[in-house]
Ligand binder design. Sequence first.
Ligand code: NAD
Length: 422
Amino acid sequence: MTTISAIQESLNPFEIATAQFNKAADYLHLEEDMREILRTPKRQLIVSIPVRMDDGRTQVFEGYRVQHNIARGPAKGGIRYHPSVTLDEVKALASWMTWKCATVNIPFGGGKGGVRLNPKLLSRGELERLTRRYATEIAPIIGPDRDIPAPDVYTNAQTMAWIMDTISMFHGHTELGVVTGKPVSLGGSKGRNDATGRGCLYAVREACRVLGMPVSGAMVAVHGFGNAGSVAARLLHEDGARVIAVSDTKGGIYNDRGLDPALVARFKAETGTVVGYGEADRISNEELLGLKCGVLVPAALENAITLENADRVRARIVAEAANGPTTPGADEVLHDKGVFVIPDILCNAGGVTVSYFEWVQDLYGFFWTEKEVSHYLERTMTEAFRDVHSTAGQHGASMRTAAYILAVDRVAEATRERGIFP
Ligand code: NAD
């Protein structure tokens, strides 16, 4: 690839999401009016969040909640705390949630939230006050039958507990179903912490089956050893795969004899990074993305694989645990190279699937065992993979475009059946 095309490539996530949508819409010969409806976010809320800091100053943060589409059910999607959060990023993530929920056929639309901040610079008290004020600002549009947030990058079960408590205080009663990804002691589901990584495992197993490649012994590299990446690494390791490299923002570590992801996770919990872990060589994130391996798991943020580096990817399977890790240009390069890409809206749908199970359990007040959660997750992920794979075969399309074809068709059908109000 030339440097000129690399420079020309758009890294704006909403433009990328729109390009992915348009490609599927072309395959479906979707009429222009329907395209306009489906690519436009339904609601976009921008809020200002004043927070009293520990030193007595008040600092104002900007936050967002976007509901992209609610044709098939309440909006569903995580909340991200990160310094690079923008409205366009939240719009893209919200639309990916619409297509993800439709791909795995759960009765949700797509939403996403974010606050632009570096959470590592805030104390626990500051984070709690920020979260409670953000929850208050978005309270008019969230709720168990409207829009159900969940954790995303740099938010966790504690963040969800604060949001649930804040909304419950307004209502005067406990509102368990307002968020998912809560602690198990507060109506959370067993298996939610591992859900994204576990769903990724089931998708990788299916891809290996299609390619006739055993999971056992496959070499795996994980870019972004966080919630999604570390769990995927641990479960693939338990399945017999050899995890040869993992990384985070500080850099990567490599051992061709294999790392034990549980030990690396413990090291990261103690030191804040995987870098410095014994019995491994240090490598850069770029070197990790170019490692020869069976499965590359991008599990960090958007735009990890671009036109700049796609040609250097030497993995047989790219399992997108992250949202939007591959740009459309890079996607074409990977496709031409014969890399089997499991697209994000399929590969990381385990998280939202178990969020759906959590919401169902909260509404019923009846809770499942971890074994039941894993069983239903495996069924959902395996069926979705097979649906996408057979759609890819029918249309001669990539797995990504096939997932979009399936999802866009389902949302378009729901929209047609509902009609345009009034
Ligand atoms: P996380 O914060 O737990 O982990 C992110 C990891 O990526 C961290 O280890 C961080 O150090 C690393 N990272 C960030 N930027 C990096 C870079 N430039 N290079 C290398 N490493 C980098 O977040 P998470 O919840 O695991 O989410 C990761 C991705 O998975 C996001 O795209 C998120 O939207 C997606 N995702 C997460 C879930 C979930 O349930 N957690 C569900 C679906 C999708």
